[in-house]
Design a protein around this ligand. Structure first.
Ligand code: ATR
Length: 265
């Protein structure tokens, strides 16, 4: 039987993952199938068990199942433990190993595609939910000098920062008022068309403003552009986290640039 892979989510119809992994498989000559599976909100575990019983070798997990996937995985990679969430599962018989490739995906997009020098950088991360937590460890590993986590609910930013080393601090949106090398929007504000109430002083012409959301311009990116900063959406991160998952499953690293270009076109 052909090795099966899938992304589980709810909703899932608009996922680009099947297209991305099909492109990776063509490019690398790997023989596999990759599908999107809509799991019922209360039926992720059952859906995954069925997939495992029918040739499932690996899975990606998206909203709202990343924390449940973390709990279901008997074994976890260190980066998944640090993230507190799992977006990639390795399936071997009845064994489930949980990994998280989101942070590696962001770091790859920032450094390889967007040419941001992370070693020694000052980074402002907006948001303190699952998306923010998943990327902090990999950013620190890339040599970031200071990472400020700013959140609407300040207590959550402070608690999140406390999980990491002294380079990370937590605060509210209004406090940071000097320019950063990169400002990363990991809140879900853009989904609602909202703008976190940040100071314009966090942006300079040397700043990269990055919104993890992709596919449309956001108020956050519009403000950053007005302030002279460079901007990027999260499409590169989406493709890079997929490439990292593909590597984890198949041991082959796909070339992401043509896939990102294809999705943009
Ligand atoms: P995700 O997995 O996308 O991170 P989450 O864990 O629910 O989802 O976290 C959502 C994040 O977006 C939180 O940081 C949240 O702020 P609070 O902790 O104060 O709730 C932030 N967020 C959501 N809507 C927002 C908005 N309209 N403006 C600013 N921040 C918002």
């Amino acid at each position: 039987m052909i090795d099966r892979y899938a992304v589980f989510g709810h909703p899932i119809a608009h996922s680009k993952s099947p297209q991305i992994h099909a492109a990776f498989a063509r490019q690398t000559g790997e023989t596999l199938s990759y599908e999107a599976i809509l799991a019922p909100l209360d039926g992720f575990a059952a859906s995954l068990a069925d997939f495992m019983a029918h040739g499932g070798r690996g899975a990606n997990v998206t909203v709202p199942f990343k924390e449940e996937a973390f709990r279901l995985a008997a074994a976890r990679t260190p980066r998944a433990s640090l993230a507190g969430a799992v977006n990639t599962l390795l399936l071997d018989g009845a064994d489930i190993t949980g990994d998280n490739t989101d942070g590696a995906g962001l770091v790859a997009d920032l450094t390889r595609n967007l040419r941001v020098e992370l070693a020694g950088a000052r980074i402002l991360l907006l948001g303190a939910g699952g998306a923010a937590r998943g990327v902090i460890g990999p950013l620190l590993d890339a040599g970031v000098a200071h990472l400020v986590v700013a959140n609407r609910t300040v207590d959550k930013a402070v608690a999140l920062a406390a999980l990491f080393d002294g380079r990370v601090s937590g605060t509210g949106f209004a406090e940071p008022d000097t320019a950063f090398d990169a400002v990363i929007n990991a809140t879900s504000a853009s989904l609602a068309g909202d703008l976190p109430p940040v100071s314009r002083a966090i942006f300079s012409p040397r700043t990269l403003a990055y919104d993890m959301m992709y596919g449309r311009d956001t108020p956050f990116l519009a403000l950053a552009r007005e302030c002279g900063a460079a901007t990027a959406d999260g499409l590169g991160m989406l493709v890079e986290q997929a490439a990292e998952a593909f590597y984890v499953w198949r041991g082959v690293r796909p070339d992401t640039a043509p896939v990102i270009a294809g999705l943009r076109a």
